[in-house]
Design a protein around this ligand. Structure first.
Ligand code: GLV
Ligand code: GLV
Length: 330
């Protein structure tokens, strides 16, 4: 039997590529730094059975129309806002993602941004390297305490819960909001449910852990930033468009809030002239919250296994639109 044809949108950890190489006819976009341009992707999908996509690859109706043989889109990410899932379902294409394996690594990084922002680590590093350090000073780089402060979690999925577990170790008081109240977890995690606006008003640190959907786009804008404490820190490791970044730049400049730590942006990479980049009270990093060696390898293997399962007629471990599996391609 002919091996299924697949296209992989970026070099992945070798362990995953080795899995795929043995069991498929694989074509690979070989450049690490940039995704396949749209026209390349539209051309490449014409004869493939499976696509291994990244969050930088838009999979929409147009692409699906050009891929008559396509049976599976395996996304190398837990988030899948780059994929038009209803369109995939309509085309009978299974979509899969990589939940679970990156939870703890992303939660580590949310804590990293909370701590680094509160204690001004990046500013202080730049200052030290610039040879500006003259002596021990009582008022040098005063920050906010994390221990004993109130953490407000927006979203209590796997990642939000893992951040709560860490925050307990810092003796933080933890409030959360989610569209689904999780009373089952409240006792275990020592957290309290609050309406969204109350979390914003009461928290010293607000950390965002919801997926990007129409309902969460600009969930945090001018009005919400104005509700937050003037001493508050906002951390976003979820998706950029959940926060209105122009409003955030204004809030940071005008002192509506104290600082922000951002792993994700409305446009990635962030535009070099974005007003956020002119501010000292924001830490910006290039969407790396899941970027540990071990986790990126696990994500890649999981994405490869999801892809192979569908192509080999098995149930994939992590379907996003499982209804397609029952129906098959129309
Ligand atoms: C990364 O942002 C992911 O969704 O896995
Ligand atoms: C994502 O994995 C989440 O549920 O937070």
């Amino acid at each position: 039997m002919a091996r299924p044809k697949i296209y992989v949108c970026r070099p992945l950890p070798e362990k995953a590529l080795a899995l795929l190489r043995g069991r498929t006819e694989m074509r690979l976009w070989e450049q690490n730094e940039i995704p396949p341009p749209r026209e390349v992707l539209l051309r490449e999908v014409a004869d493939i059975d499976g696509l291994l996509s990244l969050l930088t690859d838009r999979v929409d109706g147009e692409l699906l129309d050009r891929a008559p043989r396509l049976r599976v889109v395996s996304n190398y990410a837990v988030g899948f806002d780059n994929i038009d899932v209803p369109a995939a379902t309509q085309h009978g294409v299974v979509v899969t993602n990589t939940p679970g394996v990156l939870t703890e690594t992303v939660a580590d990084f949310a804590m990293t941004l909370i701590l680094a922002t509160a204690r001004r680590v990046v500013e202080a590093d730049k200052y030290t390297r610039a040879n500006l350090w003259r002596s021990w000073e009582p008022m040098l780089f005063l920050g906010q305490d994390v221990h004993g402060a109130t953490l407000g979690l927006i979203g209590l999925g796997r990642i939000g819960s893992a951040v709560a577990r860490r925050a307990r170790g810092f003796n933080m008081r933890i409030l959360y909001h989610d569209v689904i109240r999780r009373e089952d977890l409240e006792g275990e995690l020592g957290i309290e449910y609050r309406p969204f606006e109350e979390v914003l008003r009461e928290a010293d640190f607000v950390s965002v852990h919801v997926p990007l959907m129409p309902e969460t786009r600009h969930l945090i804008g001018r009005e919400q930033l104005k509700m937050m404490k003037r001493t508050a820190v906002l951390v976003n490791t979820a998706r950029g468009p959940i926060v209105d970044t122009l409003a955030l730049a204004e809030a940071l400049r005008e002192g509506w809030i104290w600082a922000a730590g951002l792993d994700v942006f409305e446009k990635e990479p962030i535009e070099p002239d974005h007003p956020l980049l002119a501010l000292d009270n924001v830490i910006v990093v290039p969407h790396i919250a899941s970027a540990s060696i071990e986790t990126r390898t696990k994500m890649a293997v999981m994405a490869a296994e999801n892809l192979l399962a569908v192509l080999e007629g098995r149930r994939p471990p992590n379907p996003v639109n499982p209804e397609v599996l029952a129906g098959g391609r129309p």
